[in-house]
Design a protein around this ligand. Structure first.
Ligand code: AHR
Length: 512
């Protein structure tokens, strides 16, 4: 027994100090920009995302504007969220905008049949959403109702928002307290039209898109960026048909939805907080599938749009686990661990590296739902490990993309392997270079040597996100267990950058 224990301790110690090596070459400016809109967020009328997340009871003793919670707003402002998608998701295709304007006491109530069958009192509607966007200093991205709404309804919503005319609808906006047009530009034409948005075929949807988009008008100084409802994960035929049947000029973007499920099984997704290294590894395999999806969807788009005018918009992504025990299963409330932070960082590296085609993306779903940035409980609020990744990565927003060649060691578990390291890099307007590195290996640090061609730099600093256990989370009692720290493990050796990245960690380095 003693021998076994000794062997186990030795193995653990050796593994803790185990190291492998990677090499990176950063080849310089590609002429491409990493759009800030890749760092977008999503907030649906779902569970405690809007109600009890952003929009709270008027008697809750926290700082508020109207009923918008300001500690949440201030935390999101710090990470510069560039856009916010609303009102869904599946809810978008049962939402009727006229129910959410005018005096709140008179707004009709409805059943939210998508999420938990709760009563939606419509107290958070168009004006409240746009007031939230203003507070956040973020661009609204509204998903219009194609599934159960009419062309006229969508067309009038846009007129209500963006027209400065004396039309009845535009006047109604003025009477409801907003004389100036809102100038909303990002416009989703339906959501998941292959599923909860109407169970359509791609051929049928492409026709519907053209009909709805034709009457989604541009008002003076308010051109719309219309985004077509895109594929579910690897449904490449959806992308093929939409690209073939919808003229490029009609759509600014085509969306893609992909969620990382720990088990890959929708009926038993896996726990957010209790998982083995094998389950962690399987989750990362599923996360890395995003790269294949983006490559294959982008290749189809290239056939019909070689000039890359139509954006690939990954407007729902993130880890989707089982809900927290004891919570309403329809509310999709899940905790957020270091594993989720590694997923966020890896996915953002994929998006940065595909910034020629991906111009926009939204993590699902900001507060208290799925892979949230923020969790709240009455007056308390905490920042999740995923929040810290968006904080760390904000330096890439609108920066020049730098091309990278990476030679990564493998991370092996149960006879399968994935690349341990992933990376993306950019150069900001002031000339500073930012390199974001992820080490997925749960046990081994990686020694990385980086050559930077044509980039002159003298000093390096950095930040790191890691924690002793891959399952570590922030709780309302210990909200800072997983948090950003300064990283001093990178140095200049000759012209090269040398860094040892600890196991299960994310680093962003700044070179100047
Ligand atoms: O984000 C949760 C749900 O996932 C959205 O409502 C829907 O679009 C997707 O299936």
């Amino acid at each position: 027994m003693k021998k076994i224990l000794f062997a186990a301790i030795m193995f653990w110690q050796l593994n803790a100090f185990a190291q492998s090596t990677a090499s990176i070459t950063i080849t310089g400016n590609t002429g491409q920009i990493i759009s800030r809109h890749i760092y977008g967020q999503f907030a649906e009328h779902l569970g405690r995302g809007i109600y009890d997340g952003f929009w709270v009871d008027k008697n809750l003793p926290v700082a508020k504007q109207d009923r918008i919670r300001l500690d949440v707003v201030n935390a999101l402002k710090k990470i510069k969220i560039p856009n916010l998608r609303w009102p869904g998701g599946c809810f978008a295709d049962e939402y009727h905008w006229r129910d959410g304007i005018g005096p709140r006491a008179q707004r009709p109530k409805m059943v939210n049949t998508s999420w938990g069958g709760v009563t939606e009192d419509n107290s958070f509607g168009t004006h409240e959403f746009l007031a939230l966007c203003k507070l956040l200093d973020t661009e609204p991205y509204i998903a219009g109702n194609v599934g159960s709404g009419t062309v006229e309804e969508m067309s009038k919503w846009i007129e209500y928002l963006n027209s400065n005319s004396s039309s009845t609808v535009a006047q109604m906006r003025k009477q409801n307290g907003h004389p100036e047009p809102y100038k909303v530009s990002f416009w989703g034409v339906g959501n998941e039209s292959w599923g909860c948005g109407g169970e359509m075929t791609p051929e049928y949807y492409a026709n519907e898109f053209k009909r709805y988009a034709t009457f989604a008008k541009n008002y003076p100084n308010a051109p719309l960026k219309k985004i077509a409802s895109g594929a579910n994960a690897s449904d490449y035929n959806w992308t093929e048909v939409c690209m073939k049947n919808i003229p490029n000029w009609m759509m600014w973007g085509l969306s893609l939805h992909y969620y990382t499920l720990p088990t890959g099984d929708w009926s038993k997704k896996g726990s957010a907080t209790k998982f083995s290294e094998q389950e962690y590894f399987n989750t990362m395999v599923n996360c890395l599938k995003m790269e294949e999806l983006v490559n294959k969807h982008a290749a189809i788009m290239d056939k019909y749009d070689p000039g890359k005018k139509v954006a690939l918009v990954v407007d729902e992504w993130g880890i989707w686990t089982d809900t927290e025990p004891g919570t309403n299963p329809g509310f999709l409330y899940q905790q957020n661990s270091l594993r989720d932070a590694l997923i966020a960082a890896t996915t953002l590296n994929i998006f940065n590296n595909h910034c020629d085609r991906i111009k926009m993306a939204e993590l699902a779903q900001t507060v208290n739902v799925l892979q949230a940035l923020i969790l709240t409980e009455k007056t308390k609020m905490l920042l999740t490990p995923t929040y810290h990744i968006f904080d760390m990565y904000k330096v890439h927003q609108d920066a020049k993309y730098l091309a990278i060649k990476l030679n990564s060691p493998d991370y092996e578990v149960g006879g399968k392997s994935i690349p341990a390291v992933n990376v993306s890099a950019s150069q900001d307007a002031a000339g500073k270079v930012h390199i974001s590195l992820v080490n997925l290996d749960a046990g081994k640090s990686v020694n990385i040597s980086t050559q930077l061609k044509d980039i002159h730099w003298a000093a390096v600093s950095g930040q790191i996100l890691t924690s002793p256990d891959i399952t570590d989370i922030n709780t309302f009692n210990a909200p800072a267990k997983v948090q950003l720290k300064n990283f001093t493990g990178a140095k200049k050796e000759g012209d090269d950058l040398v860094v040892t990245i600890p196991a299960k960690s994310v680093i962003t380095l700044e070179l100047k």
